[in-house]
Every structure is written in C-alpha cells, then in structure tokens.
Design a protein around this ligand. Structure first.
Ligand code: ASP
Length: 354
C-alpha cells in the first residue's frame, strides 16, 4: 500500500518531545456528504482543516493515511496486517499511536490488533466518531484530542501499554468492548471489564485495571492469514439441516458458537451429533454467550454439560468480536490443534477473566 504521510505543523515554537502517529483508515470522522446526501470517506486533509487545535496541542503529530479511506464495514485482514506493519515500522519513532477508524467494526480491529501486537509497551488508541468532524455537534474533536493526549502521556513510562478504544469520555481495553449504540454518542461499552480511564477535567486512569501482567518482554508483530471460521448464533427453531450445512463447509477450521445465557445450547440428538461429529473432524468450537454481561459456565446446566464433554472450549466472558479475532490469530500462529485449543481457553491479552 502507498500511504500518504503528513506532518502537522505545530504553532508552538519549541519542538515537542512527545510524538504521536495518527493512522487514518477512514470512518465517519473524516466523511463528507456526497451529492446524493450519502456519507462517503474523505481524505485526512479535511480533518486537519476542521481541527486547528491539532496544531496547538504541543505535540509532534504525524499522520499516515490509507490511500483509499474506507467505511469500516469494508475492513479486511489485509487492512489489519497493514495497520500492524505501520505500527511495527514506526514503533521506535513515536511515543504512541492513534488509529482513526469507523465505529462499525472498530471493536473487531482493536481486538485483532491486541492479539497481533505482542509485548506492546506503548499506547495504541483506536477512536472514531458518530458524526463527521465538519458537523456542528460532532463528537469527533473531543474523541480525537483525548485519544491524542492518552497516546502521548508518560513518554518512556506510559500508563497505557495496550490496544485501547477511546470513545465518549471513556477508555476501554480494545478486546473487551463492543459497539452498542448507533445513534447516541456513547457508542461503546465494556460490560465485563472496567474502563481503563475516564476523561473529565483530567484524565483519571484506573491503574488497577491497566495492570498488564500478560505482556511479553519482546515487542513482536504477528500477521494474520485468512482463516475459515463460522460464527453461529443459536436461536429457538434453528434449522438442523442449515446448521449441518455450515458445519460441513469444506475447509472449515473453527466455529464461534453464540449460545444462550451462561453457555447453553439445545440438547436434541441431532444438534449434539452435529457438534460432536464436527469436533471429530478437527473443527474447534469456542463457546461465547449471547449476553453481553456475565460469562459462560459450561456444566452449570445440563444444556451445556455435554458441550464441555464433547470438547467445546469455554470463552468465559469474552466478547464475540474478541473471540473471532482470537481464533484468527491463533490459527494464523499455530498449526497444532491442541496448542490452539489450549491458548483459546487461556487469557493471553487480557481479553477474558478466568
Ligand atoms: N459506517 C461508518 C464506519 O464504520 C460508521 C462510523 O464510522 O461510525 O466506517
């Protein structure tokens, strides 16, 4: 990819010792209305013009822009590999990174990057907005400015050393939050893990929640490959033949099973047999609840005990977004089914609690 790189000139005479790289992928923040009144991605120049404050923050800000900014519904594994490669290339040159991203798939991208960037010691803050930056009541500048402040805090000892999402006054762990709102400004929530910071007059960090004991010593970037996965959300009256059709798809490697409540699924013979025979064929199942709060407890009810017996791995309190991307990461990194299964059921980047 041919990126455009622009340095934002600072109003301040003194050179700042804090530097942030903004990676602009697209999304509503930088969109504008076309002639038919539809929002379409726009280049980053529009954002700089709408936000003179960027020049007076006392930061060295450089922007890398995707050649074709995208609506995040079009995000792919290639984009994630490119994002990770940009962070790897400029890792030593900047104190922190801000990724401007559409909100629709932002939780997937933040989760994916959290797995791909092993041993991260710097802040990588994803943000976006519900309204374009040019709109009168836009949330764009508040989100972007706070994300930049967080990404530049601490220099050599930053309080944040992980992939996060900043949105509407809260900082969340990237692989713990999900988009929950498409109209109001509070678009993201993290039901099973506390916010890492809250922005008021000051930015108050939740140091206990920021604890990152999973961090490996060496910073290493992992690439993803396309992995053949299925996300199967159960519903009452689900057609057995349809389920079997998905599970028989040639090349299927893994399934995120979105179950009821604390990880429950029907106990009809056909359903159980479909899961068991898919597991016999080497397909790995990851059990994630349809509830956004709480956790999977396989064996609590009879309707989940057989899943555990069949070898379905419990996703505990993981989000579906983190579950899918964790599978993409583990299948890309390991070839051995036993190894993939072990890591799937173990917390590796703070994405689930045991
Ligand atoms: N459709 C937009 C996107 O995800 C929505 C947004 O940015 O809020 O790119």
């Amino acid at each position: 990819m041919n990126y455009r790189i622009v340095k934002i000139p600072s109003d301040k005479e003194q050179k700042s010792s804090h530097s942030v790289l903004i990676i602009y992928t697209g999304g509503t923040m930088g969109m504008a209305y076309d002639q038919s009144g539809t929002l379409v991605p726009f280049n980053f120049g529009g954002i700089i013009n709408e936000m003179p404050a960027l020049r007076s923050m006392g930061l060295e800000i450089t922007v890398v822009s995707f050649p074709e900014p995208i609506d995040s519904s079009n995000i792919t594994i290639d984009h994630w590999n490119n994002l990770a490669a940009i962070i790897e290339k400029y890792y030593d040159a900047f104190n922190g990174f801000v990724v401007l991203h559409g909100t629709d798939t932002l939780a997937y991208s933040a989760s994916a990057l959290s797995f791909m960037l092993e041993g991260l010691k710097k802040p990588v803050i994803f943000t976006g907005s519900q309204l374009p930056i040019g709109a009168v009541r836009s949330d764009a500048s508040q989100n972007l400015i706070a994300a930049l402040q967080i990404a530049s805090t601490g220099k050599d000892q930053p309080p944040v050393k992980e992939v996060c999402v900043y949105f509407d006054y809260f900082l969340y762990r990237g692989n713990r939050c999900k988009k929950v709102e498409s109209v109001h400004f509070d678009a993201f929530k993290s039901e099973n893990y506390p916010p890492l910071a809250e922005a008021g007059i000051n930015i108050e960090y939740n140091h206990t929640a920021l604890h990152t004991d999973w961090v490996a010593d060496k910073f290493r970037v992992h690439k993803l490959r396309p992995v053949h996965l299925a996300l199967i959300k159960l519903f009452p009256g689900m057609d057995q033949a349809q389920l079997e059709h998905v599970l028989q798809a040639p090349g299927l490697e893994g399934v995120v099973l979105e179950t009821f409540g604390s990880g429950n699924a029907p106990t009809t013979d056909g359903f159980i047999q479909s899961i068991e025979s898919a597991i016999d064929r080497g397909i790995i199942f990851f059990n994630v609840s349809q509830c956004s709060g709480g956790r999977v407890i396989q064996g609590r009810y009879k309707t989940s005990r057989y899943l555990k017996q069949a070898g379905v791995i419990s996703g505990l309190d993981i989000t579906p977004e983190a579950a899918i991307t964790k599978m993409q990461f583990l299948f890309s990194k390991y070839h051995n089914t036993a190894q993939i299964s072990t890591y799937l059921g173990t917390q590796i980047r703070g994405e689930m609690s045991h």
